[in-house]
Design a protein around this ligand. Structure first.
Ligand code: PLP
Length: 362
């Protein structure tokens, strides 16, 4: 591999496209004749203004974001949204949450501090290995929104169809699937994603929110916690994460050049198939979730024992495949294969696991 880089299967921060890293390297000391690095630049400068505007426009192009949605770049990662969402969107003080794993649980815990949370469906009974049926949820009329974590990073499940919200707005945490496939933004009231999973460096979330959901009667909230603050200031109320905005902008351009989200989706499907086909044929490794809801991004799998799991993790690491240890809450192994993981990386890993299995069984 060029640069002697490892295939990094981390759940996040994760790999970025090599072509993007090269461009960033080339612009590091002097960004396009500005005489400075983007890290050194005023967020009020004309040069940076162009960077943030282009980033927003390229994201709008990629996702076909309708004009009545705002695109906000906010700090605090996806985690701050667990609080900002109920603080801003709970008008009646009531929301429906679907519990599908660790990240939706965290969101539920924070929302409970703000108002009433109704967990209308859960997959807890089978250790979050499936997505519950959300076609006929019990949703009270005065519910402010229905909340999902659309791809559970730790458990490796993803929605195949969105919940029937019965006319209520849908809020979705897309952190670990952001820009991995086409998405009809109009189906949602709000979409958000921490960018360090599938897009860029850590420390920022992108929130896409329908304009009519941005309230101006929330002066009692800390100013940073109001969507209105960020919307009115075009994400420049205070110093934003300029570096992350710049890097994400590069990735958006890269994705556009690749052919957009349809093309990316096709590549992701082909890539994930290599690994899932192997897991389905292996006698040593088993996929950890129901087939129909398998994530294209995060692939958890196990062997028959914890000891063997640990042995495989150690062997992969030694061979140059990094971060395959499953999350501490579920154990086993997990390969995160986001947009920037090349198919060759997955193929190489599968070859390695095949060999490991053959040698183990002698
Ligand atoms: C990683 C992750 C988060 C938390 O992101 P931070 O940027 O670390 O706050 C939230 N939701 C999902 C689905 C994630 O994968």
């Amino acid at each position: 591999m060029k640069y002697d880089r490892t295939y990094n299967f981390s759940a996040g921060p994760a790999m970025m496209p090599e072509a993007v890293l090269e461009e960033i390297r080339d612009e590091m000391l002097n960004y396009q004749g500005s005489g400075m690095c983007v890290m050194e630049m005023s967020h009020r400068s004309a040069v940076f203004q162009k960077i943030i505007e282009e980033a927003e426009q390229d994201l709008r192009d990629l996702m076909n974001i309708p004009d009545n949605y705002k695109v906000l770049f906010i700090q605090g990662g996806a985690t701050l949204q667990f609080s900002m969402i109920p603080m801003n969107l709970m008008k009646n003080g009531k929301a429906v949450y679907i519990e599908t794993g660790a990240w939706s649980k965290k969101a539920i815990a924070e929302a409970k501090k703000v108002g009433e949370v109704i967990v209308a469906a859960s997959s807890k009974d089978k250790n979050y290995s499936y997505i519950p049926d959300c076609s006929d949820l019990d949703i009270p009329e005065d519910t402010d929104y229905v909340y999902i974590c659309e791809n559970e990073t730790i458990h490796g499940t993803t929605y195949q169809t969105l919940p029937n919200t019965k006319g209520h707005i849908l809020v979705s945490d897309q952190s670990s699937m952001f820009l991995s496939k086409p998405c009809n933004v109009a189906d949602y009231g709000m979409i958000y994603g921490g960018v360090q999973k599938n897009v860029g460096p850590a420390g920022m979330v992108i929130a896409i929110i329908r304009e009519d959901l941005i309230r101006d009667d929330l002066d009692n909230l800390p100013v940073y916690m109001q969507y209105k603050t960020h919307a009115d200031a075009q994400s420049l109320y205070n110093t934003p994460n300029c570096w992350a905005i710049y890097c994400c902008g590069k990735v958006f351009k890269y994705l556009k050049k690749l052919g957009g989200l349809e093309a990316m989706h096709k590549m992701n499907q082909e890539k994930a198939k290599v690994l899932y086909d192997f897991l389905d044929s292996s006698k040593m490794f088993t996929g950890a979730v129901e087939k129909e809801v398998r994530s294209l991004m995060n692939v958890p799998f196990v062997t028959a024992s914890k000891e063997l799991d640990a042995e495989v993790v150690a062997a992969t690491k030694k061979a140059g495949y990094d971060n395959l240890k499953g999350h501490k809450s579920v154990g086993g192994l997990r390969a995160s294969i986001y947009n920037a993981m090349p198919k060759e990386g997955v193929e190489a890993l599968v070859e390695f696991l095949k060999k490991f299995e053959a040698e183990y069984q002698g």
